[in-house]
Design a protein around this ligand. Structure first.
Ligand SMILES: [Zn+2]
Length: 299
C-alpha cells in the first residue's frame, strides 16, 4: 500500500512526520517505582510529544488504587485499568478481589487487566493464573468493560479459556503482541484488538513482526509503550537510564507507519479512533488544521 497526502513531509528514510499527529498510549506502567522521582515531568514530556492520553496499566490491587489516584491528579489525561497480572495470581487475597471489583465499576477505569497467563516466568502457579484470569473475564463482562490481555508462552491454555468464555462476550486488546501469524489470526478471529509496542524495533526478538503488520487490519491496531519496559532499540538518542517513556510512543508509531508505507499522521488518526472504540474513551475533538485530510490507500 502507498499513499501520501499533499503537504506531508518525508525524511530520507521515507518516514512521514506530521506535527499534528495525536497519540494515545494504551499501556503505560506509570505507577512503577521507576517513575516515582519525576512522574510529572514524564507526563509533561508525553504531552509535548502529542501523546494526548495515557491508559495506566494495573497489575495488582495496590496498582489499581495507585493508578486511580493519577486520574484525579491528571484529569482528562489519564485513564486506568483495574486487575491482577498473572504473576500476582498466587498472591491475591479476597480483599484484593473486593477492591478490584469496586474499582472496576468506577468511571475512568476503562479496562480490566492486565490479566491473562504467563508461563514464561512461573511467578504464580498456572492453576492460580487460570482461576484469576477466568474471574476477570467474568468481571469485565459484568461491568461491560474491555479486557487488557497479557499472554506469554501460554498460548494454548490462553486461547482455550478465551474460546470457552465465548467470542460474543469478549471485547478487548491483546497487549504487547509478539506472537506468530497463527496466534495473530486466533486473536483476530476472537474480535480482539492487537496492541503493538517498541518490540517491533527489536531486530532480534521482534524481527518477524514487520512481516505480520499487513495481516493486522488497520481498524484492529492499537499502540503502547509498556513503559518503563521495552525502550525501542531504534530510538536515538537513547536515554541513559534505559527507561522507556510514553513520550516515545510517536517513535513507535512512525516506525510502524513506515513499515506500512503510510503517512504517520494517518496512522495516528486511525489508531486514535481504534483506541476510542476499544476503551470507550471520551476525548476532546482534535483541533482542526489546514492539513486535515482523509488518507486513502492505493494499491
Ligand atoms: Zn503484559
Amino acid at each position: 500500500m502507498t499513499g501520501r497526502p499533499t503537504g506531508s513531509r518525508a525524511d530520507p528514510n521515507g518516514v512521514v512526520t506530521a506535527s499534528t499527529a495525536r497519540w494515545i498510549d494504551i499501556g503505560v506502567n506509570l505507577t512503577h517505582a521507576r517513575f516515582d522521582a519525576d512522574r510529572d515531568q514524564v507526563i509533561a514530556r508525553a504531552r509535548a510529544s502529542h501523546v494526548v492520553h495515557l491508559i495506566v496499566t494495573a497489575c495488582h490491587a495496590a496498582g489499581t488504587a495507585g493508578g486511580y489516584a493519577l486520574i484525579e491528579r491528571f484529569p482528562g489525561l489519564v485513564s486506568v485499568t483495574a486487575g491482577i497480572h498473572p504473576h500476582e495470581a498466587s498472591r491475591v487475597e479476597p480483599a484484593d478481589w473486593e477492591l478490584i471489583t469496586t474499582y472496576a465499576r468506577k468511571p475512568g477505569v476503562v479496562a480490566i487487566g492486565e490479566c491473562g497467563l504467563d508461563y514464561f516466568r512461573h511467578f504464580s502457579d498456572p492453576k492460580d493464573q487460570r482461576t484469576a484470569f477466568e474471574k476477570q473475564l467474568t468481571l469485565a463482562h459484568e461491568c461491560g468493560k474491555p479486557l487488557f490481555l497479557h499472554e506469554r508462552d501460554a498460548h494454548a491454555d490462553f486461547l482455550a479459556i478465551l474460546r470457552a468464555f465465548g467470542k460474543a462476550r469478549l471485547k478487548g486488546v491483546l497487549h504487547c503482541f509478539t506472537g506468530t501469524r497463527d496466534q495473530l489470526e486466533h486473536y483476530l478471529d476472537l474480535g480482539l484488538w492487537i496492541g503493538l509496542t517498541g518490540w517491533i524495533a527489536d531486530e532480534r526478538r521482534g524481527r518477524h513482526l514487520p512481516d505480520l503488520l499487513p495481516a493486522i487490519p488497520l481498524n484492529r491496531l492499537l499502540l503502547e509503550t509498556d513503559a518503563p519496559y521495552l525502550l525501542p532499540r531504534t530510538l536515538t538518542p537513547k536515554p541513559h537510564s534505559g527507561r522507556n517513556e510514553p513520550a516515545f510512543l510517536p517513535h513507535i508509531g512512525s516506525l510502524i507507519a513506515g513499515h506500512l508505507h503510510m503517512p504517520t499522521e494517518a496512522l495516528a488518526r486511525i489508531v486514535c479512533d481504534n483506541t476510542v472504540a476499544c476503551f470507550g474513551l471520551d476525548l476532546p475533538a482534535p483541533p482542526s488544521h489546514p492539513g486535515h485530510h482523509t488518507w486513502v490507500a492505493t494499491p
